[in-house]
Design a binder for this molecule. Structure first.
Ligand code: GLC
Length: 663
């Protein structure tokens, strides 16, 4: 170890257990280098080191919920490494990201910061993001550990989760992402089964370190520590931000004897190890600020999901097209709260982007209607609708907004704001060719208007590149290739929790492992758009599935995907496993592998995936281990969770005593 704990006095060690301000770790009276922690998952949000009232400019990347719609781990890695360049330029040492909390209810205000309702997809994308950031010598903070799935009363409402659900759903993304060796894990605000995350030694040490294999430093969420001594005793290493009472709390606990210097040293050693990691000399940016924006466009293009395209109205062919709406001039760059990025990018309205791409094939009619003209919106809407009547097509941009999707509060509905719905409905009454560009980081109930429009392109919360990426796809410069990383239900009442949100003291996760598509598919609910769904300008065929047995619980599944159209495109092939006859409640299917393929027109590629023990196992709390019930299983290959194209069957017959594994 480069920094020897023996050189620190007890007071210096106690001072290390809490930050010196909002973002810095203690330097132990100058004996240690300064380490600066900074948000966030969608780009660097950093308060200037000299003038904290100033937030530095950085590249606003797409939200993680949007990146998840790419289903492309290489893209998540690129996202992380690009943000890391802004960290290097601004001398931030640890990026407080990614969040891998599961999207348990579409109402959670912070869903835009999280990848998915599925633990395997969330963990895989989070792992790649961490690898990307840390490849540049910048640390990460895998958050928020754990079962932080609402913003409502997040500081006090306990998440009451049974052990099997914890391991299979809420810990699983952390388990997968920890394979990337994040330098830190951030504990969440909420209690889990009655004990604050920041004081939950079972979760912070036994589970996180012994079961999930984490070996870095644990930092609290900002303000999540009630008592620094109780947190230190629970193996939470660093309390952030600075807590003026920390030293008093720690000294009192040492004097009373229930906290020992050995406990303090265990935390300090983890902090020293982090500091040492930050002191690697090879932090070099590989992109310019302009290149970072271009990467933001590239990522946003890969994440957009084409949800509807009736009569193949997209890509736009030309003619007289009116373009407007709430986000036509400034896209929804980010959601609200600590992930907000201050971008200096000079946006162009989407109508300008479209006009540039269509050239003299189209006459683009701009409107004055915009979110920023909300008050006089009625007469602007009237103009917009009247002008739309004589056009060949209408492009309207709507969505949620940072006052709807934000940290600190949840949504109370998954419908769009009435002014957005009214705009769509009035335009649809005036013109039969309405194309909706949707800016949102979580599921939207589109029931009032989805049947009245010809196309819907979900851009997500796409950062500073939202308008360019949307225009590229609308005008056919690239083929849409994103697929939903969360189910869009027909109604909030079809979700496992409906409008429920707990009673302020606790919320029982009574749906258990049936989260997201696991719920809708097992309960047999129709949905608006299923998990893993997304259209393309191309069509794909799946064929020739083969299943090779490599071991009692090791199989290799392979199959062909062919682009049967005349446009180059990308397809996301998904592999699910179904336990045909189960002795415990299991979801109808579970995602175990996926791959995004780039296919030229007419091209065929073969996909191959290896499935091991964990692809078939569930967490058995009688054994405290992952366990496989002997019996039949089906391998389901799909273009979405509800568009299964190929199937294969297998039977597992393990001898007694080999049906379980602790990992
Ligand atoms: C916030 C968030 C966390 C963020 C931290 C620092 O409350 O919960 O994600 O990294 O505090 O801003």
């Amino acid at each position: 170890m480069k920094y020897d704990i023996k050189n620190l006095t007890l007071d210096e060690k106690l001072g290390m257990l809490c930050g010196t301000d909002a973002w810095r770790i203690s330097t132990a009276n100058g004996k240690l280098p300064e380490v600066f922690l900074s948000d966030g998952p969608h780009g660097l949000r950093m308060h200037d080191k000299k003038d904290p009232s100033v937030v530095r400019f950085a590249t606003a990347m797409p939200s993680l919920s949007t990146v998840a719609n790419s289903w492309d781990v290489e893209l998540a890695r690129l996202d992380g490494s690009t943000i890391a360049d802004d960290c290097i330029d601004n001398e931030a040492d640890v990026l407080l990201a990614p969040g891998v909390n599961i999207k348990r209810t579409p109402l959670c205000g912070r869903n835009f910061e999280y990848f998915s309702e599925d633990p395997y997809l969330a963990g895989s994308m989070g792992k790649a993001f961490i690898e990307g950031v840390q490849s540049k010598g910048i640390g990460t903070s895998l958050k928020h550990y754990c079962a932080n799935n609402r913003e409502y009363d997040r500081n006090s409402q306990t998440s009451e989760v049974d052990k099997r659900t914890l391991y299979e759903i809420y810990l699983r993304p952390f388990e997968i992402a920890i394979e990337a060796k994040p330098w830190t894990v951030m504990c969440s605000y909420n209690p889990i089964n009655g004990i604050l995350a920041s004081e939950n030694k079972k979760l912070l040490k036994d589970v996180l370190r012994n079961d999930l294999g984490f070996d870095g430093m644990v930092v609290s969420d900002w303000g999540a520590v009630r008592d620094s001594a109780r947190s230190a005793k629970a193996c939470l290493d660093l309390c952030m931000p600075h807590n003026p009472n920390a030293l008093t709390q720690l000294r009192r606990a040492l004097d009373e004897g229930w906290l020992t210097e050995a406990d303090v040293d265990e935390c300090v050693q983890n902090i020293l190890a982090l500091i040492e990691k930050t002191q690697n000399g090879d932090k070099k940016t590989t992109t310019t600020k302009e290149e970072r924006h271009d990467i933001a466009v590239k990522i946003a293009r890969e994440c957009a999901v084409l949800l509807k395209n009736e009569d193949n109205i997209l890509p736009l062919k030309g003619g007289k097209i009116i373009v407007g709406g709430h986000f036509h001039d400034i896209p929804l760059v980010g959601g609200g709260g600590s992930s907000t990025v201050r971008t200096a990018y000079n946006f162009r309205p989407i109508e300008t982007e479209i006009a540039e791409r269509l050239g003299d094939k189209a006459e683009i009619i701009p409107t004055k209607y915009s979110a920023w003209t909300m008050n006089p919106a009625i007469h602007f809407m009237k103009d917009f609708v009247e002008d739309a009547y004589s056009c060949d097509a209408v492009v309207v941009t709507v969505g949620t907004g940072y006052l709807v999707e934000s940290e600190d509060f949840d949504r109370t509905s998954i419908r769009l704001h009435p002014s957005h719905e009214d705009l769509i409905l009035n335009l649809a009454a005036a013109n039969e060719n309405v194309i909706v560009v949707l800016h949102a980081g979580s599921a939207i109930d589109m029931s009032p208007w989805i049947d009245k429009v010809k196309a819907v392109l979900l851009v997500g919360i796409a950062g500073e590149a939202g308008n360019e990426a949307a225009a590229d796809i609308l005008c056919g410069r690239c083929c849409p290739s994103g697929k939903l990383s969360e189910t869009f239900p027909l109604s909030i009442y079809d979700t496992p929790t409906g409008l429920e949100r707990g009673n302020g003291f606790y919320e029982r996760y009574s749906e258990g492992v049936l989260v997201g598509y696991r719920w809708y598919d097992t309960m047999g609910y129709d949905v608006l758009f299923p998990f893993g769904y997304g259209l393309s300008y191309a069509d794909f065929e799946y064929s020739d599935i083969e299943l090779t047995k490599c071991g009692e619980t090791d199989y290799e599944v392979s199959f062909n995907v062919t682009n049967v159209s005349d446009v180059d495109a990308k397809e996301i092939a998904q592999i699910y496993v179904k336990d045909v006859f189960t002795t415990v409640e299991r979801p109808e299917k579970e995602l175990v592998a996926f791959e995004k393929l780039s296919l030229a027109a007419g091209e065929t590629k073969r996909v191959s995936a290896k499935l091991g023990f964990r692809a078939f196992a569930y967490y058995n709390t009688s054994l405290d281990a992952w366990h496989i019930d002997n019996g039949d299983f089906e391998i389901l290959v799909g273009a979405s969770s509800r568009d299964i194209r190929l199937k294969a069957k297998l039977r597992i017959e393990l001898p007694y005593g080999e049906q379980y594994s602790t990992r």
